[in-house]
Design a protein around this ligand. Structure first.
Ligand code: CA
Length: 232
């Protein structure tokens, strides 16, 4: 499972060591020496995971984690805190701030990679290979097959990814911007109304069996896939 990982670490030697190992494992790495630079990176691209040093010059890693959690766009981006501290109280503080895991320096690259994989698997159910099913609508990520009430549904690649994401995060409302980030990746050159176009195509493909009703518009907020009837 390869991911776009933002590494925020002010010690150049440690940053370089982490970057080399992540790249070797197939990940894409963006690095920053401080939280201010990291914030600019986050504005430009939504990382799949943030590796965040606790002790940074200027804004601390803890404060940066708090800000990521406070912003709707970055709320669900997993964070692994890196720290030289091994105190239990610090660990608790880090985890309550919203970090998903905590790695104490010095760590082995192997251990760090294992932790990253574990957090990614937990945070990105759509990346897992399990088939998803909602009300007789079934999507198999391995074979790329979608069936509705047992009948094959033909979807374009974007509609497939869109449905995959919506099914993996069923019942939750996603704004167009969040969908662009999660389904299209880098959304810089894609307009928000593109999402509406693909939602329309997805609904059309599901119409024959009535499963288009699962793909719901939440006025003023975005879209959601729900097994419950939409409120009017
Ligand atoms: Ca540091």
């Amino acid at each position: 499972m390869s991911a776009k990982i933002l590494v925020v670490e002010d010690e150049p030697a440690i940053q370089a060591l982490i970057a080399v190992n992540l790249k070797r494992a197939g990940h894409e790495v963006v690095a920053a020496l401080d939280a201010e630079t990291a914030r600019r990176h986050v504005d430009e691209m939504l990382p799949d995971l943030v590796l965040l040093d606790w002790m940074l010059p200027g804004m601390s890693g803890l404060e940066f984690a708090r800000r990521l959690r406070g912003d709707a766009r970055t709320r669900n981006v997993p964070i692994i805190m890196l720290t030289a501290r091994g105190e239990e109280s610090d660990k608790v503080q880090g985890l309550t701030t919203g970090a998903d895991d905590y790695v104490t320096k010095p760590f082995s690259p192997k251990e760090l990679l294992a932790r990253i994989q574990a957090v990614l698997r937990r945070q990105r159910p759509q990346a897992a290979e399990d088939a998803l099913e909602v009300n007789d609508l079934r999507l198999d990520p391995v074979t790329h097959r979608v069936t509705a009430a047992g009948r094959a549904v033909n979807l374009g690649p974007t509609e497939f990814r869109l449905l995959h994401f919506l099914m993996a995060h069923a019942e939750r409302v996603h704004s167009r911007v969040q969908l662009l980030d999660q389904v299209w990746g880098d959304h810089v050159f894609v307009e928000e109304r593109t999402v509406d176009v693909h939602i329309r195509r997805l609904r059309a493909a599901l119409e024959a069996t009535g499963h288009d009703a699962l793909v719901q518009t939440v006025r003023g907020s975005g879209y959601r896939l729900s097994a419950e009837a939409a409120e009017q």
